[in-house]
Design a protein around this ligand. Structure first.
Ligand code: NAD
Length: 389
């Protein structure tokens, strides 16, 4: 067999396996939880040229699901997930429900062979994430987590530059989520509690920046952290600071705050030959990035910057497009469990280090650790009993 004929055989097999989504035969999506972020899912799905259609939605609030199905022309509405799945065939569900429901709802869908895209955080604990992994393995359908900032083209560009080494070794980085949430933000019953939100800004907000940082720089090896409840009426922390050492030797400073009136999401990477900065709030474009060459490395860095990809802002739409593509090619769905676990484990490590006052290594939080089952471990330094929920 010649090389050319081998290529043709591979192409034929690939085409036979491939499912292509079109307006006539779209990917059939169900939205679970039709509150705040569900609207962003609907708007972003609507940008995908009809290749995806929301055909079902559910929410325990009947009025809310009714308004959603009318606004987005959704065929079937229900007040619980099982009821929805009994009525309609779906390819994938998007979990837009509160974090404390993600594990249970993911398992319901995976057991029926339906793919799951969960809003962040994918689960309240490593234990819950491992239960999802078991259901994924048993059922054959796939689980992915929303992490839209991985999908802007300049984040992809930077991942490629780390891979090709054109900016030199990563040496140090900053990963800050300095956001502001007033007391009223926590009026929503699931917010600010360990048993329903899983943590404060480390879990619920900084997860975006930490996940993007890890997606670029790779796995972490050790963390030393401090967490405090300084101002908000919550059971969780409202600030955390951490020093994270990565497998590649780079050291990263991380701050997660909900107490910062001048809000910013700031990532800074210092490589041997350049500083690369990203500053935005809830989404970035190419203009949000800045590259500063080290003296004597201007030409090399300009050449690296000129390489693609470019032009795609970070957004749910960019991730949804990547998911549709992955389903068409029968690939793992981005962002898969193993990557989400690396980030969730860092979050568990930050809490474990902060509450036990010792450095925590990657791999250390196993089933025997109290931080495996709850990000609060055996309780926070600032509360006990009922208040520690
Ligand atoms: N990726 C992002 O940038 C981003 C931004 C905001 C929120 N989120 C995440 O999205 C999720 C939802 O956040 P939100 O702000 O939309 O919350 P929300 O409270 O506005 O909406 C949640 C909805 O889920 C419904 N719900 C509750 N129990 C349910 C059940 N058993 N079955 C079905 N629906 C149920 C509620 O009635 C509500 O309508 C959270 O995990 C949050 O962290 C992600």
């Amino acid at each position: 067999m010649t090389a050319d004929s081998r290529i043709r055989v591979v192409e034929r097999e690939d085409t036979a396996k491939r499912r292509v989504f079109t307006p006539e035969s779209p990917l059939r999506v169900g939205i679970v939880g039709t509150g705040g972020i569900a609207g962003a899912h609907a708007r972003n799905l609507a940008t995908l040229d009809g290749r995806v259609r929301i055909v079902g939605a559910c929410d325990i609030d009947a009025e809310r699901v009714d308004a959603f199905t009318r606004a987005w022309d959704v065929a079937v509405g229900a007040t619980d997930l099982e009821g929805l799945l009994d009525q309609i065939d779906l390819d994938i569900v998007h979990l837009c429900s509160p974090p404390g429901l993600h594990k249970e709802q993911a398992i319901v869908a995976l057991r029926r062979g339906i793919h799951v895209l969960s809003e962040k955080p994918p689960a309240l604990s490593l234990a819950e994430l491992d239960e999802i992994a078991e259901a994924e393995e048993a059922g054959g359908a796939r689980f992915a987590t929303v992490s839209q900032h991985r999908f802007g083209s300049r984040a992809m560009w930077l991942r490629d530059r780390v891979a090709d080494g054109s900016l030199g070794r990563p040496l140090t980085a900053i990963c800050n989520t300095l956001w502001y949430r007033p007391d009223e933000y926590f009026d929503v019953p699931w917010r600010g509690r360990w048993d329903t939100e899983g943590g404060g800004p480390t879990m619920g907000h900084g997860i975006h920046q930490m996940d993007t940082m890890l997606s670029i720089l790779g796995p972490w090896s050790q963390v030393t952290a401090v967490a405090a409840r300084a101002a908000r009426p919550v059971a969780t922390e409202d600030i955390s600071h951490a020093i994270v050492t990565l497998d590649n030797g780079a050291v990263v400073s991380v701050i997660n705050s909900l107490l910062s009136p001048r809000e910013t999401s700031y990532l800074r990477f210092d490589f041997e030959f350049a500083t690369v900065e990203l500053e935005h709030l809830y989404g970035y474009s190419d203009d949000s990035w800045r590259v500063t060459p080290a003296p004597g490395h201007e030409d090399r860095v300009a050449a690296a910057w000129a390489l693609g990809p470019a032009g795609e802002a970070s957004s749910h739409a960019a991730q949804f497009a990547a998911i549709v593509e992955a389903l068409e090619h029968d690939d793992p769905l981005p962002v898969p469990l193993e990557n989400a676990r690396n980030t969730l484990e860092l979050i568990a490590g930050i809490y474990a280090s902060a509450f036990t006052r010792v450095p925590v290594a990657a791999g250390e939080i196993g089933p025997a650790s109290p931080f495996y089952r709850s990000m609060a471990g055996n309780g926070t330094p600032w509360s006990a009993g009922a208040d520690s929920r």
